[in-house]
Design a protein around this ligand. Structure first.
Ligand SMILES: *Cc1c(COP(=O)(O)O)cnc(C)c1O
Length: 356
């Protein structure tokens, strides 16, 4: 047996020096804005992938409090992650019942599976059925029942709450939007249902014909701006923050970081901060990222390390060990600077960030 300190399991872990700061008011306001833009429809919320990385267990109570009543996750395990936070009857699981155990789990909890195929419809019915959502494929060829399958008797037997489809290119003014909308309307006439849903974040801006009864924004809730007509409406929600670990005074000619990609042109002060590419602050920020301390701008110098970045602190010369700095992380800025999509910019943020 390896000897282990008896304290190990009980000792209080010190506060981590890395956090994903959340602006709860901005998140609530984004939901209200998207709900208002949804006209007669209500806005739900896509909260898959840990609410796009911002932390589902803290996002959901804020959204519930704002008035949101319909939540969408991808996997059954993501529903389990919300234990005690939201009533399972408000949660739809987008991947549907892939196995019989999925169907049993949904029935035991009263959560809604999204039925995506005739197979899933049969599996759900065989497990006892009950309220579910139904995904129609209007052209994406990813998930959903095809239009030519709509007359299948098994679909008529489902107790469908939300009849939904998903837009391929809602962030563009693309002819496919209209094509998909028409197919969705056809499906609405063919299958009995309680509520109709088509629009994701971008789709909300396409107008009333796309709204139905329920919209399903995701990225815009969390600060993503997918269309220029959304840029004055949506607020930034999260900001990666970390503490300074060390401060150095450099002489002219000293280099900074791996491979010496930055050389000090004159004497300068730099700070090492505990956030790196293992946290999703990727190497593509090398030499071009920006941090802030209050109003001071602190440019990233040289390469991003796995666990650290090095900043030029000329504008904040009194910065000391333990002081906190924040990465500039408005999602359109991240996308422009790194080439990531705004979705990836959020979901890439790692597990070491506290999300409290
Ligand atoms: C992820 C997802 C959404 C949300 O899309 P955004 O572009 O993030 O608004 C809506 N519906 C379905 C089916 C999804 O998978």
């Amino acid at each position: 047996m390896v000897k282990m300190s008896p304290e190990f399991s009980v000792a209080q872990v010190p506060d981590p020096a890395l956090r994903l700061a959340l602006d709860a008011e901005a998140l609530a306001q984004n939901w209200h804005t998207l709900d208002r833009l949804s006209g007669a429809a209500s806005a739900g919320a896509a909260i898959k992938a840990n609410a796009y990385g911002i932390g589902a267990r803290r996002a959901v109570p804020i959204l519930l409090n704002a008035g949101c009543r319909d939540f969408f996750v991808a996997h059954w395990g993501e529903l389990a992650d919300l234990t005690g936070i939201v009533d399972p009857s408000m949660v739809s699981v987008l991947h549907g019942p892939i196995t019989d155990s999925d169907a049993e789990y949904a029935r035991r909890l009263g959560a809604k599976p999204v039925i995506n195929s005739l197979d899933q419809a049969r599996r759900w019915n065989a497990a006892g059925g009950g309220r579910c959502d139904l995904m129609i494929d209007t052209g994406m060829n990813r998930l959903g029942v095809a239009l030519h399958e709509l007359s299948e008797p098994i679909l008529q037997q489902l107790d469908v709450d939300v009849l939904l489809s998903h837009l391929i290119a809602s962030e563009e003014d693309n002819v496919l939007n209209g094509v998909q909308q028409k197919r969705w309307v056809e499906a609405l006439a063919a299958i009995p249902h309680a509520r109709a849903s088509l629009a994701n974040s971008g789709g909300i801006m396409l107008g009333a014909a796309y709204h139905g009864d329920l919209t399903r924004p995701g990225i815009a809730l969390y600060g993503g701006i997918m269309r220029s007509d959304m840029c004055d409406l949506i607020r930034q929600v999260v900001r990666p923050e970390a503490a300074v670990i060390q401060v150095h005074d450099l002489n002219a000619g000293d280099v900074v970081g791996y491979n010496a990609t930055f050389t000090a042109p004159s004497p300068m002060r730099v700070a090492t901060v505990g956030m790196g590419y293992a946290d999703g602050y990727l190497r593509s920020w090398s030499g071009k990222g920006l941090f802030r301390h209050g109003n001071a701008h602190l440019p990233v110098l040289g390469r991003i390390s796995m666990d650290m970045v090095i900043l030029d602190v000329a504008q904040a010369p009194h910065l000391r060990e333990g002081d906190w700095v924040a990465a500039e992380y408005a999602l359109p800025f991240v996308a422009r600077m790194t080439g990531l999509s705004q979705y990836e910019a959020l979901t890439v943020l790692g597990a070491r960030f506290t999300r409290q």
